[in-house]
Design a protein around this ligand. Structure first.
Ligand SMILES: *[C@@H]1O[C@H](CO)[C@@H](O)[C@H](O)[C@H]1NC(C)=O
Ligand SMILES: *[C@@H]1O[C@H](CO)[C@@H](O)[C@H](O)[C@H]1NC(C)=O
Ligand SMILES: *[C@@H]1O[C@H](CO)[C@@H](O)[C@H](O)[C@H]1NC(C)=O
Ligand SMILES: *[C@@H]1O[C@H](CO)[C@@H](O)[C@H](O)[C@H]1NC(C)=O
Ligand SMILES: *[C@@H]1O[C@H](CO)[C@@H](O)[C@H](O)[C@H]1NC(C)=O
Ligand SMILES: *[C@@H]1O[C@H](CO)[C@@H](O)[C@H](O)[C@H]1NC(C)=O
Ligand SMILES: *[C@@H]1O[C@H](CO)[C@@H](O)[C@H](O)[C@H]1NC(C)=O
Ligand SMILES: *[C@@H]1O[C@H](CO)[C@@H](O)[C@H](O)[C@H]1NC(C)=O
Ligand SMILES: *[C@@H]1O[C@H](CO)[C@@H](O)[C@H](O)[C@H]1NC(C)=O
Length: 684
């Protein structure tokens, strides 16, 4: 009897508690909001690249690399009644558009997030979306819940593809993700969408605090909210979110860039139905035409107006120059941290390098590459000629590890490797000092008509040298060093026309998050092994692939991708090999008498073997050196099984490994190729 009474009391108490919380939750009404007519009046807190356009769009990033941008609702929003209580139900919907300068490639996406802070100064752009960095990614003390619209596949973050929606808790590795699209109400069929089609699309995020169920739904704006969500996850947000939080959007770009827009947003606290957005009142997206619109011709220029403008311009110029001078002074301040003392002798002073290169005069410029400009210089102390590479370095993330690595690379010695002599670091730049190579880079000798054609014996000598340098990096160093960017403009010629590998290890900059954040694809188009383009994972075998392409380029005198027709050199050589006319692919500039047919054929076939689409069929660099020296016979080449589909198609569609699903990545690969065309700079 007594027990029953006690139970009743407890039940009554629970009932009262429940009733209390639901009654008092009404006063969270002022934490619901809707922006259906643009964000001009929204008073959002913006940072980074984020801005509100004159017509009221929220623009999170521009067409620029390595940016991040955030926009928050300016006030904190209470997400639960008391620290002990559960997270309220909430519901939000927004309309976004991603406009990419490339047809089939975009980066990196938009994230809706709930976070305890508005300070993301330490977060990285690119795949970290401006919310996390490699050190705090996945840490439960982030207290961040996010929904990502991700347009780049980062295999190290387990991204399923380059066009997906994911639920992220405390990090960018999604708890659940799905290819972008929606389920048809009537048929239940799944319709694919492309997040970066440029068309506006709507997202709904609904969390039921009682059932702890989170739904994410996506649809084109013409279509009402589909019944079946794209993602549905049971998750206890009460253990993730704090009592009062900020809500907002974040976006980032990497080496691939795009403009990310939010057109409308509605948020409801303590309810499951956020107010619907009225599509007809949204601000309109810029069209290509408006971007390219030229200013109207100025038929009537009044003299006074011109005079005033001129005066204004001059004073502005003076101010800009003053600011620049100050900035410059700051920029060149040298940065030395305690931990750098241990690398002592490798460190050179900025002053010495400035003097050596005569103040980085344009006259000293040797070339421009993906990583920065290279200057010729003479170190006054030792009278050594050097090449100084300037790499911009705004971020200090991972610098310590990188310098450690630079120092260890500096200890590598091989006659076919360009020796790294030292480095210097300023606030905004990293300067790498190499031996000077008087004959410049190999691509100039191959592709510039004003240089004498290389003879066959010289070409063979260069190929053998590079093979030997790469064998050293892969097999003879303490640690395996993967070059990651083998190509003719990374092979330099010394005074005796020895081929020497440069820039090795520099691609590791990517891994340390310096300057170039993306680890998506590192390397140069045309030299990228198919599995590398797909997974972003560099191995010694992806180096061998690039080396194979390198061989073909040296022997045929043609670039890996024909700029006009976009056709692949390797396809053409395979075709000729199948027809038995492989010798016709040799560089027409090679003189008849200078080559031995057997040698030429062997080297071309070796090029094909190295650039074989199946990584397991490629030789190791040790084997390559043996084949080149005639110490072992070249195995029989076999592309027979490819013949019905063609080499090209096979390259683009074969599976990377049994665990990786086959994707038709053709489009992306092609676009990547196109994109890289502009990034390779040949200076003659
Ligand atoms: C809270 O809202 C519900 C329904 O919207 C209403 O029935 C209830 O009376 C409200 N409670 C208070 C305290 O305003
Ligand atoms: C933004 O701030 C202005 C002035 O402080 C205020 O009048 C306006 O109501 C605010 N808008 C919103 C949406 O809070
Ligand atoms: C943001 O955080 C960083 C590092 O935690 C700190 O140095 C900086 O002062 C903070 N900025 C603001 C505006 O609070
Ligand atoms: C998570 O972050 C907290 C606070 O920044 C830190 O103390 C803790 O060591 C981090 N945990 C891990 C596993 O990195
Ligand atoms: C949607 O796209 C994915 C990945 O590109 C593909 O695997 C799938 O077959 C497509 N589905 C439909 C219905 O087109
Ligand atoms: C999530 O979707 C399911 C249907 O798949 C639905 O039954 C449930 O009510 C939804 N929950 C929320 C919070 O929208
Ligand atoms: C799908 O069903 C939901 C709920 O019944 C409805 O609100 C919505 O309009 C439907 N959408 C379409 C495309 O028919
Ligand atoms: C959800 O998390 C909160 C806070 O960690 C905890 O108090 C609560 O018991 C959890 N709910 C369930 C059903 O696990
Ligand atoms: C949407 O806005 C248009 C134009 O202001 C208005 O005519 C229409 O009634 C609105 N629709 C809804 C559902 O509010």
């Amino acid at each position: 009897m007594k027990m029953q009474f006690k139970k009743l009391i407890v039940l009554l108490w629970i009932f009262l508690m429940v009733d209390y919380s639901s009654a008092s939750s009404n006063n969270t009404d002022d934490h619901s909001f809707i922006f259906s007519e643009g964000f001009s009046e929204a008073n959002f807190s913006l940072d980074g690249a984020a801005s509100i356009t004159p017509n009221g769009l929220l623009k999170l990033t521009m067409d620029e690399q390595q940016q991040k941008g955030h926009a928050f609702f300016p006030k904190r929003i209470p997400f639960r009644q008391s620290p002990a209580g559960n997270i309220f139900s909430f519901s939000t919907t927004f309309i976004f558009a991603i406009i990419s300068p490339y047809a089939k490639l975009s980066g990196h996406g938009i994230v809706f997030f709930v976070s305890p802070t508005t300070n993301f100064s330490t977060a990285n752009p690119s795949q970290f979306f401006g919310l996390f960095n490699p050190n705090n990614n996945g840490n439960s003390s982030n207290n961040i819940f996010a929904v990502e619209l991700d347009t780049i596949q980062n295999s190290e973050l387990h991204d399923i593809d380059d066009d997906h929606v994911g639920i992220d808790i405390n990090g960018v590795i999604s708890d659940l993700s799905h290819h972008a699209g929606y389920f048809d109400n009537l048929t239940g069929k799944f319709h694919n969408l492309s997040l970066y089609s440029g068309d506006p699309m709507q997202v709904w995020i609904d969390y039921d605090g009682g059932e702890m169920k989170l739904n994410v739904t996506l649809a084109p704006i013409q279509i009402p909210k589909p019944k079946r969500p794209l993602l549905s996850l049971v998750v206890n947000l009460s253990s993730i979110l704090l009592d009062s939080m900020y809500v907002g959007f974040s976006s980032s770009t990497g080496t691939v860039m795009a403009s990310h827009y939010i057109l409308g947003w509605s948020f409801k606290m303590n309810g499951l139905r956020s107010e619907a957005l009225n599509i007809s009142t949204l601000p309109s997206l810029p069209t290509q035409a408006t971007i390219e619109e030229k200013p109207k011709s100025l038929m009537t220029i009044w003299l006074p107006v011109a005079a005033v403008s001129l005066a204004l311009l001059i004073s502005m110029a003076v101010i800009v120059i003053l600011i620049m001078v100050r900035k410059r002074r700051k920029k060149f301040e040298e940065l030395v941290e305690d931990w750098e003392q241990q690398y002592g002798p490798q460190r050179l002073s900025y002053k010495a390098l400035f003097k050596a290169t005569k103040g980085f005069k344009d006259k000293q410029l040797l070339g421009t590459g993906g990583f920065g400009k290279v200057y010729k210089g003479t170190l006054h102390k030792s009278d050594t000629e050097v090449a100084v590479k300037r790499v911009s370095n705004e971020s200090r993330q991972g610098m310590r590890e990188f310098i450690a690595e630079i120092a260890s690379l500096g200890r590598l010695r091989h006659r076919n490797i360009v020796q790294l002599l030292g480095y210097c670091r300023t606030k905004s730049e990293l300067l790498l000092v190499y031996e000077y190579m008087p004959n410049g880079s190999l691509d100039k000798s191959l592709h510039c008509r004003d240089k004498p054609a290389l003879k066959w014996s010289q070409r063979l000598h260069i190929i053998k040298g590079v093979a030997s340098g790469l064998e050293y990096l892969h097999e003879d160093c303490e640690q395996v060093v993967i070059h990651r960017d083998i190509k003719t403009n990374n092979v330099l010629l010394d005074s005796e026309l020895n081929g020497r590998l440069g820039d090795f290890g520099l691609a590791r900059l990517y891994d340390h998050g310096i300057d170039f954040q993306t680890t998506h694809v590192v390397g140069t188009m045309g030299y990228l092994a198919p599995e590398l383009a797909r997974t972003g994972r560099a191995t010694t075998l992806t180096d061998v692939f690039a080396f194979g392409i390198f061989i073909l380029e040296v022997v045929c005198g043609k670039k890996p991708i024909e700029p006009k027709s976009q056709s692949l050199l390797v396809d053409w050589v395979v075709e000729n090999w199948q027809k038995g006319t492989i010798l016709d692919t040799r560089d027409p500039r090679l003189e008849e008498e200078s080559y031995i047919v057997d040698d030429l054929e062997l080297v071309l076939e070796l090029g094909l073997l190295c650039s074989h689409p199946l990584p397991t069929l490629r030789p190791t660099m040790r084997q390559v050196v043996q084949y080149l020296n005639g110490d072992a016979p070249l195995p029989q080449l076999s592309f027979a099984f490819l013949s019905s589909r063609g080499f090209d198609e096979f390259v683009l569609s074969y599976p990377v490994s049994s665990s990786t699903p086959i994707r038709s990545g053709d489009d992306q690969f092609e676009t990547l190729q196109k994109q890289a065309e502009d990034s390779v700079v040949y200076i003659c």
